[in-house]
Design a protein around this ligand. Structure first.
Ligand code: SF4
Length: 338
């Protein structure tokens, strides 16, 4: 029987593999399924307020419909660096399922020492060691480099890789769909196909868009793609892929921007925005998420560093299979200004 480690956001997956568990990013299960809307409604029927974010509702419902093996499955939530909702979710899961739970906290000060200690605590919980986890980290580094290659191909050839393809590959790397070897083989094949198509690819003058913010629950990528614009920078998804070189897990997980300060995060994002010579930025915010406020900081930093760059902030609450009319008009007007 497979031992599963379910989690609410990216955690050091190397530790999970080293301990012999299969990682399951609940966000991916929720958003890639065909029943997102039903899952959100189900959580509301179970008492989640309408004014809580759709992601946490979706995660709750996904867990509520899973079968658990108390001896083999564990649940990991991240609070410091992600979301206080996850703390309550951890308590609900513990009560409802009886499986072992763990709270992983990203150190506020991003210090290497604190990260080493947190990874050690995590490894001890799962019954492995930091050394074994580092070994797994070294084994995964080739796969992470391939994700970086995919990302390079995306911004060097807008449209050859669609914004959605880039998004899916990078976002799925939080758990490698539970099977890094298969994931790597599929990715290799995908990259080989792209490289074969490259000599015949005409750029078509597509607009290059950067997408900042948590992954969307509405089809933003496809909407841009259909309007001669490609999202060639998926900021948080790229962070999930951990594709920057790192000498150790502590270094890798303190370079990772998502759990730390907005200024740290956006400083790195702006570096990428400039390097990729983007034409515009879309900042996605999730309704009822504290991260909505980060829009204020992002806009201040962009106004100072890239004053000419058009920025559009969009917000969504519930999952939708189609962009609604009002938002469609706003995005189209934004594209006309580029
Ligand atoms: S979108 Fe925001 S509020 Fe919702 S789970 Fe993620 S961090 Fe928490």
């Amino acid at each position: 029987m497979k031992k599963r480690a379910l989690f609410t956001t990216t955690v050091p997956v190397e530790v999970i593999f080293a301990a012999g568990y299969t990682p399951v990013d609940l966000n991916n299960v929720f958003v890639s399924g065909a029943e997102c809307q039903r899952l959100v409604e189900k959580a509301e029927c179970c008492g989640f307020p309408g004014s809580s974010c759709a992601w946490i509702k979706g995660l709750y419902s996904v867990v509520s419909e899973m079968d658990f093996d108390r001896d083999n499955d564990v649940f990991i939530a991240v609070t410091q660096g992600d979301c206080s909702n996850a703390k309550v979710l951890e308590e609900i899961v513990s009560l409802d399922t009886g499986i072992k739970t763990f709270i992983f906290n990203y150190p506020v000060d991003r210090s290497t020492e604190a990260m080493i200690s947190e990874i050690g605590r995590f490894a001890a919980f799962l019954g492995t060691s930091v050394e074994k986890s580092e070994k797994k980290g070294a084994e995964l580094s080739g796969l992470r480099k391939k994700l970086r290659r995919l990302d390079e191909l995306s911004y060097l050839n807008p449209g050859l890789v669609t914004g959605f393809e880039n998004h899916v590959w990078l976002v799925s790397s939080s758990d490698f769909n539970g099977d890094p070897e298969l994931f790597e083989k599929d990715l290799e094949r995908f990259i080989r196909d792209l490289e074969g198509k490259m000599p015949y690819f005409a750029r078509q003058g597509r607009k290059k868009i950067g997408y900042l913010g948590v992954p969307p629950i509405i089809p933003v990528h496809q909407f841009f793609e259909e309007r001669n614009a490609t999202i060639v920078f998926n900021e948080i998804q790229r962070e999930f892929s951990m594709s920057d070189d790192a000498l150790s897990l502590a270094e890798r997980y303190t370079q990772y921007t998502y759990p730390y300060s907005s200024v740290f995060r956006f400083t790195k994002a702006i570096r990428e925005i400039k390097a990729r010579k983007l034409d515009g930025i879309v900042h996605y915010v999730q309704s009822f998420c504290h991260r909505q406020l980060e829009d204020i900081i992002l806009r201040k930093m962009l106004a100072s560093d890239c004053p000419e760059l058009p920025v559009l902030t969009i917000e969504a609450d519930k999952p939708l299979s189609k962009i609604d009319h009002r938002l469609a008009t706003r995005i189209e007007a934004f594209l006309e200004t580029i």
